[in-house]
Design a protein around this ligand. Structure first.
Ligand SMILES: *[C@@H]1O[C@H](CO)[C@@H](O)[C@H](O)[C@H]1NC(C)=O
Length: 239
């Protein structure tokens, strides 16, 4: 009993000392016992590319499989997984939680880094790239991606009020564009600019309102806290 209390107290002290939530790679609530420190893995990927994005991302792909070879991840910078093998027709990894999205130039395998803290901690835009490793910091080319990750954020165990997408501003064309290197750079409906030195974030909001793309301060400390990012790896490319 006392031991438990000490452990809990220590955990709180450590969590506070870190000033940053531990993040895990999985973007769904999962049923691992040690959700905060241990990633769930071995998700089932659909063997054929889905024509549409599933409407209930948290239920259809959830499994309770827990690998006996799971290793404990103690921080976001400690990566214990190597780039997974690809076997699906989309070229998306099947050993991690990537969801295939059909983009103009090819398949993109998206994932979102979940926050593991009940405190909504702002994350600077510049940290997104490292956060996503070994995957890449991703843009949101399609409406499907935006809607999918909005649902993921809204259904997350801990609050995600906003998340970053890889973006930049072209001063010549005076337009914001997607910058993950795979996405079609063109953003049809330009985001509302709250901070001209900012970057594009998705302000998640809540049902039934749609999420909003806005250019917000790169600190992540705007009127809405931006606490994570959308990540991914290229799948099979069209040529
Ligand atoms: C910026 O826009 C101009 C004019 O449309 C274009 O020629 C140029 O390639 C763009 N630069 C980037 C980095 O997208």
């Amino acid at each position: 009993m006392i031991k438990t209390a000490v452990i809990l107290f220590s955990a709180v002290v450590v969590a506070n000392a870190m000033m940053r939530p531990i993040r895990i790679q999985n973007y769904e609530d999962c049923s691992c016992e040690h959700h905060e420190t241990e990633p769930c893995d071995e998700e089932e990927e659909p063997s054929t590319p889905p024509k549409t994005v599933p409407t209930t991302p948290s239920t259809t792909q959830k499994t309770t499989t827990k690998s006996s070879t799971s290793t404990t991840v103690t921080s976001t910078t400690t990566q214990t997984t190597s780039p997974p093998t690809t076997t699906s027709p989309t070229g998306c990894p099947t050993t991690q939680r990537y969801t295939p999205f059909k983009r103009k130039n090819g398949w993109w395998c998206g994932s979102m880094i979940q926050v593991s803290s009940s405190i909504n901690v702002p994350m600077p835009y510049r940290d997104a790239e490292e956060l996503c490793l070994p995957a890449k910091f991703a843009s949101l080319e399609t409406e499907e991606e935006l809607e999918f990750f909005t649902r993921v954020a809204r259904n997350s165990r801990f609050p995600i009020t906003g998340f970053w997408a890889a973006s930049a501003y072209n001063a010549t064309s005076e337009r914001w564009y997607w910058s993950d290197g795979q996405a079609d750079p063109n953003i049809e409906k330009q985001p509302t600019v709250r901070d001209t030195n900012g970057r594009i974030a998705v302000l998640v909001g809540s049902d039934p309102d749609p999420a909003i793309l806005e250019v917000v301060p790169q600190s992540g400390r705007g009127s809405v806290t931006i606490s994570t990012a959308v990540c991914g790896v290229p799948g099979l490319q069209f040529s």
